[in-house]
Design a protein around this ligand. Structure first.
Ligand code: G6P
Length: 614
């Protein structure tokens, strides 16, 4: 959360920074700001609201300059208004800073600085840091980078910062701890810095991901140098990224979310490409190969995640328990880390995270690692913090996901967990050869079946029109369709602001049934499989109370069709793979309802895509 971007070089910085902020807006969009060095002046503009507001605000103002820093904010300390927007000036207005993270001891530092006469212009934790840097630089007479280093020694918390000073016009100083930061090495001796590679990729694919407590100095005369806060010089590790620019654009779709929903046949395919072959009968995840035997021997797997990724873990629980016969516990990372969780020797902890940066998930993994567990990651973003701290892992290869509401990342996570469960089950001998082969064949057929589901778009739009004004909605499912119900409800509430709840279908009788009346849409996954008859009974219970049933059924179903107010058919598949298909109509339904209600689907209020604060 919070996106930071900076540039120094021979080009005009402002257009690069604005474009970069737009690419990072999914990280937060409460306010935006920019600081530019121009002819010895340090100009700073910031505005509440989206980047577009900032652009409108700077019309007619001096936005020239070859060095600048910019920020899009998701508020933590201090409400989202102009004064709390970043960048923040130092007292003399000679230094400006952008920050992503939380300075936890800001209160103590602020009191101390105030007692020495510093005047604060904002309610943020960040402003403390810029005053501290200036104070140290003046007192110690050191260079900007050294002042930043000394200031950071006083700070506890998380930060990714970039500092720009009037007195060091050829230099940007950056540092990170717990919040991500990437440096792009430009082709013309210039440098790009950002929270992730998306604002950088159109200029260069050569990047350096900063490690915790590293300080980077990019200087137009001296180039790129790296230290840690203990003042030891480090050698930057330059990586070449393969990300394509088109992946960051809407490609003709009205919203990123719609594009990403439609990308799923490809993203699921990319996820298993080269990892399974149904004809030859094998599945292999190179990234975790070394740990396969450990997983086979494990008494228990703990999965930690947040949000949609947590729902993917719930699907994973069914897969691992049923196919590989390993006990699985699925934990909210934020709860897990603050208990005193029992981690036994031999336990495997798997973190699932699209961004690979979610603060709680990261902290839960660190805790598990410190207690001796083997920690594995299932991440989408290559080079992300989780992928770097884990012993091993498997990328989902879904490609950049920009819409705040997760869609293709979820189906890719479920695909990876399916591959893992199948590989372990096969090695462990808990799955018959026939079942193994038929599941591989079915998995290979999933992308084509998702394409078929997407053809129901117009029908789903009609259903959306009918229920767009609902104030409440209930989502029901059983077995591995229960997480699908949870995910369906989450999608609806996060982008359309309709209150929605997901429930295991049978559990409805223990509470939610009291809410059912003729106004209440109840979305049910009622596909063929072991619990079909049970779900049919649950549908009867809703109908008996005049609730509206919209059901996802297997192609050719008649029984539910006769009872439901509307049905959406999905192709038949192996029961374990139903979540990969049944999730898609719910994504489309939420999308259309949100659009019809005039909501900003890609940037829903109060949310951010990458939650890098706890
Ligand atoms: C935020 C996003 C969700 C995401 C969750 C976990 O809440 O809005 O879409 O599921 O974080 O993020 P992660 O990157 O760890 O999957």
């Amino acid at each position: 959360m919070c996106g930071i971007v900076a540039y120094i070089g021979k080009k005009e910085a402002y257009p690069i920074l604005i474009k970069g902020l737009q690419r990072l807006e999914y990280r937060g969009y409460d306010s935006a700001g920019v600081a530019l060095l121009s002819n010895g002046n340090l100009n700073l503009y910031k505005k509440q609201g989206k980047v577009a507001n900032l652009e409108a605000f700077t019309v007619g103002k001096d936005v020239s300059g070859y060095a600048g820093i910019a920020h899009t904010r998701w508020a933590t300390h201090g409400e989202p208004n102009d004064k709390n927007a970043h960048p923040h000036y130092s007292e003399s207005e000679e230094i400006a800073i952008i920050h992503n993270g939380i300075i936890e001891n800001y209160d103590v530092l602020k009191e101390e600085l105030k007692s020495r006469g510093f005047v604060f212009k904002s309610d943020t934790d960040t402003e403390v840091l810029v005053h501290l840097i200036e104070d140290i630089q003046k007192k110690e007479g050191v260079k900007l980078a050294e002042a930043v280093r000394l200031a950071l020694l006083n700070v506890t918390g998380a930060y990714a910062i970039v500092v720009l000073s009037k007195n060091a016009p050829n230099t940007l100083v950056a540092a990170r701890k717990s919040s991500p930061l990437v440096v792009g090495i430009g082709k013309e001796g210039d440098f790009y810095l950002a929270s992730d590679a998306t604002p950088i990729i159109e200029y260069t694919n050569r990047v350096v991901y900063l490690e915790d407590e590293e300080i980077a100095v990019v200087d137009l005369n001296e180039g790129f140098r790296l230290w840690n806060i203990q003042d030891e010089e480090k050698t930057p590790y330059i990586q070449e990224l393969e990300m394509k620019l088109e992946a960051l654009e809407k490609g003709g779709y009205e919203h990123f979310m719609l594009k990403e929903i439609h990308e799923q046949p490809r993203s699921i395919y990319d996820c298993f490409r080269g990892r399974l072959n149904a004809k030859e009968g094998w599945v292999e995840l190179g990234g975790i190969k070394e740990f396969e035997q450990k997983i086979v021997n494990a008494q228990r797997i703990v999965m930690v995640a947040c949000g949609t990724s947590w729902h993917a873990c719930l699907v994973g629980e069914y897969l691992f328990e049923d196919l590989a016969r390993i006990n699985v516990e699925v934990e909210y990372a934020s709860e897990f880390r603050y208990r005193n969780p029992v981690i036994n020797e031999g336990d495997i902890v798997i973190a699932v995270s699209q961004s690979g940066e979610t603060a709680d998930t990261l902290a839960a993994l660190e805790l598990a690692k410190s207690k001796g567990a083997t920690i594995l990651g299932v991440c989408n973003v290559v080079g992300s913090s989780i992928s770097r701290i884990t012993h091993a892992g498997s990328y989902t290869h879904a490609g950049p996901e920009i819409g705040v509401a997760s869609t293709k990342a979820f189906t890719a996570q479920v695909t990876v967990l399916t591959l893992m469960a199948l590989a372990i089950a096969h090695k462990k001998g808990t799955i018959t050869e026939t079942k193994f082969h038929s599941m591989l064949t079915e998995l290979e057929a999933i992308p084509a079946k998702v394409s078929e589901v997407l053809l129901a778009n117009d029908k789903i739009k009609e259903i959306a029109l009918q229920y767009k004004d609902a104030t409440n909605a209930l989502y029901l499912g059983r077995g591995s369709s229960f997480p699908v119900a949870l995910e369906g409800a989450l999608k609806l509430k996060e982008i359309s602001y309709i209150h929605a709840e997901g429930y295991p279908a049978a559990e409805m009788k223990h509470g939610p049934i009291a809410l059912i009346d003729e106004e209440m849409p109840v979305f049910v996954v009622a596909t063929a499989g072991t619990s079909y008859e049970k779900v049919v009974s649950n549908i009867q219970e809703v109908k008996a109370r005049k609730g509206k049933i919209i059901a996802i059924v297997t192609e050719g179903d008649q029984q539910v069709k006769n009872m439901a107010d509307a049905v959406i058919e999905i192709p038949a598949t192996d029961e374990h793979l139903v979540p990969l298909l049944a999730t898609v109509p719910f994504q489309l339904l939420s999308y259309h309802i949100a659009v019809m209600r005039g909501c900003n689907v890609d940037q829903p209020r109060n949310l951010a895509k990458s939650v890098t604060v706890e």
